[in-house]
Design a protein around this ligand. Structure first.
Ligand code: SF4
Length: 476
């Protein structure tokens, strides 16, 4: 997309919610709705090719499919370039802003230096491990708090294998005190750049007191938490009130759309303007979206593959083996549990698509504070490459030295190729499995005359880029 938000027809309505007049918001909402139906309904996509007016009429859409043609006809888009209807430019501007916000979120810097560096290493690791397309959508929030135990929705593909709903954490005076003090601990530790949300393997709307917790969260952490729910029609008036509260702050909420019928109901209930800042994530079988191969989906691979084939998506394009996004603290106040987590590809060891690096119970917010301080001390989370601790090259990376390069080597997987400056002999001698950086540097100096400090400098760069496994997870 080459459009700039400096284009005069575009207003920055994502970052500055007061900048759009009603007509502008309505226009973006109508275009967005058209594209959501395009994503969620295969029959609509088909009919659009032969009878664009009939297709929009069938869904009762207000969009003009001819004006929006560059958005659904790639050949046409290539032909017209930037000579498009203002509705197209406005919507593209909206998306550009949204993508910029994602980058800003990922670039937030938590206050604690050791945690900040650790999180950055996870961001770098994920870019290589998940591939840039998937990694671009992961913003690495630093906190996630669950307000129930389990989820009432029970999706067959749930990427984090939510168990059945079996308890709810209500907003009692005692819980409110615990909640606010817990948030104070997190806010003090992470600083003003803390960001997160109040669900994980839960649906926020299962908790009737969800909004009350969110109001405290907003006051203490400094932003209203983003909401994702698969139950937008359970109580539309409640959802409307929540969106009003939530949209006083700059982010998008999300509805998970599980069936085409639900998509229709949502569109009948909410106007395009009401959903400008709500993404409809079409998980229904008629949609173009392919689910993540993680969590419950791993237990239903036949169904997963059938859906993938029906959607015409090649195996090699399914690389989103996670829906997890947090690099930080996952808290369950209901069980008084805290975990340090970070996204990864779902595999045998981490089938839910995230690593659990630490896990503990805490009885009081003061205990939580001590735990977090201990986990994120410079000894536990080194600021620089830990010379005397075991590290290993990530399993997904292969080392290679290219012809003609006498001071560089490559670490690559199917999705990434990183070039590091340094003596190729260093890469060729990298041990399989864990090694101690100091011992390795000494060996290279002794056997290959590579100065010790040169090896450690390259190790430092590799460490920062997240290509060295540093943690030995406690849970598995
Ligand atoms: S995907 Fe979301 S709504 Fe569905 S079971 Fe998992 S947590 Fe619940």
């Amino acid at each position: 997309m080459t459009l700039s938000i400096a284009d005069p027809v575009i207003k920055p309505i994502y970052m500055d919610r007061s900048s759009g007049d009603p007509e502008y918001l309505r226009d973006v909402g109508i275009t967005k709705r058209f594209l959501e139906v395009w994503t969620g309904d295969d029959e609509f996509r088909k009919l659009l090719e032969t009878d664009p007016d009939g297709a929009v009429a069938r869904w009762g859409l207000e969009a003009n499919p001819h004006e929006l043609r560059p958005m659904w006809d790639q050949e046409f888009a290539a032909k017209v370039g930037r000579d498009v209807h203002p509705s197209v430019s406005r919507y593209r501007g909206f998306i550009i802003e949204k993508l910029k916000c994602r980058v800003d979120m990922r670039n937030r810097t938590p206050r604690n230096p050791a945690f900040k560096n650790w999180r950055q290493r996870q961001v770098n690791r994920c870019a290589g491990e998940l591939g840039f397309r998937v990694a671009a959508g992961v913003v690495h929030p630093t906190i996630s708090l669950e307000l129930s135990r389990g989820c009432s929705v029970g999706c067959w593909f749930c990427g984090i294998s939510a168990p059945k709903l079996d308890d709810i954490w209500y907003y009692t005076p005692e819980n409110q005190k615990f909640w606010c003090e817990t948030l104070e601990v997190l806010s003090d530790f992470l600083g003003p750049e803390a960001h997160g949300f109040c669900y994980w393997a839960t649906d926020p709307l299962d908790n009737p007191d969800y909004e009350k917790f969110c109001v405290d969260y907003n006051r203490i952490i400094g932003h209203f938490p983003q909401t994702t729910t698969a139950q937008p029609m359970k109580d539309p008036d409640r959802v409307r009130r929540l969106l009003e509260l939530s949209h006083s702050d700059g982010h998008c909420d999300r509805f998970s759309i599980l069936t085409k019928g639900l998509l229709k109901k949502v569109m009948a209930e909410f106007t395009p303007e009401e959903l400008v800042y709500v993404e409809l994530i079409c998980q229904n079988q008629e949609s173009t979206l392919v689910k993540a191969r993680a969590g419950n989906a791993l237990n239903h691979l036949d169904r997963f593959d059938k859906e993938r084939v029906r959607k015409g998506v090649a195996e090699e394009f399914v690389n989103s083996g996670t829906i997890a996004c947090v690099s930080g603290f996952l808290l369950q106040p209901i069980d008084k549990m805290v975990r340090l987590v970070s996204p990864c590809h779902a595999d045998e060891r981490w089938p839910k698509g995230y690593r659990i690096l630490k896990e503990a119970r805490f009885e009081t917010p003061a205990e939580l504070e001590s735990l977090i301080q201990e986990w994120c001390s410079p000894e536990a989370m080194p600021l620089n490459v830990p010379n005397r601790r075991p590290l290993s090259l990530r399993r997904d990376l292969k080392v290679s030295v290219r012809e003609g390069q006498d001071f560089a080597f490559h670490l690559a997987n199917e999705m990434l190729d990183l070039e590091f400056l340094g003596p190729p002999v260093l890469a060729q001698n990298l041990p399989q499995g864990f090694f101690i950086p100091d011992d390795f540097a000494l060996k290279l100096e002794r056997e290959h005359q590579i100065p010790l400090e040169e090896t450690l400098l390259v190790m430092e760069r590799m460490y920062r880029y997240g290509v060295l496994e540093e943690e030995i997870p406690v849970i598995g």
